[in-house]
Design a protein around this ligand. Sequence first.
Ligand SMILES: C[S@@+](CC[C@H](N)C(=O)[O-])C[C@H]1O[C@@H](n2cnc3c(N)ncnc32)[C@H](O)[C@@H]1O
Length: 229
Amino acid sequence: MSQVDSTREHLIETYRKKAKHYDITSRLYPAPGYPQRAQRHLAAQALGLRAGDSVIDMACGTGLNFRLIEDVIGPDGRIVGVDLTDAMLARAQDRIKTNGWRNISLVQADAVNFEFPAEVDAILSTYALSQVPECAEVIAHGAAALSQGGRWVVLDLKVPGNTPGWLAQLGTATVRPFAAIDEWVMRRPWEAIRAAMKDELADVSWTELCFGTAFLAAGSGGPGPRSSA
Ligand SMILES: C[S@@+](CC[C@H](N)C(=O)[O-])C[C@H]1O[C@@H](n2cnc3c(N)ncnc32)[C@H](O)[C@@H]1O
């Protein structure tokens, strides 16, 4: 098994264990009192959605973003939720059934292998893309599928800019659900995400949240001036 495969296996096993209580425990993520809900609202707003839009929720987990999206796109819109972990998708399916949503479909896939449908209006990924080693590829694949003016929005955690390495490892060890903390800190995936968005999208914005412990990155599809963000 390659390194990537064993990392994926470990990640799936971790989220299988977390899935049942994820909606409760995620409220403590990455720490009790962390403004995760407020950050999700900011991310949903950054999508600039309209009624009838089609949206991909990449690494959707149990579907905690679905309500925020549904409230704007309405029954004529469409959501495709993509995730690697079957148990997380099973919880998402429960949420869809409970709410009677008929316009959401779920796909079990690795983000890097997912074939984005053409001309999608918006793509969202929250607290997930930095766990995907090929995050830059995922940004590029999504950008190629966006309609002109369609929006790609990423919300995720990061290590604040001037944090000493040992403190970053200590802090992230408490919040990351898998063993490869050192790898995550060293790899600095938020930088790859930012660079890929600048390369692939127009009008890119980059906002650090909560003392630099999270970021909201957004950009638009189609031709246009590349951003200096
Ligand atoms: C912390 S959860 C976030 C879930 C959801 N986006 C949210 O905001 O609650 C991370 C999710 O990313 C998924 N994931 C991790 N790596 C993935 C990959 N390579 N492809 C697709 N999903 C992935 C996991 O299965 C898990 O459901």
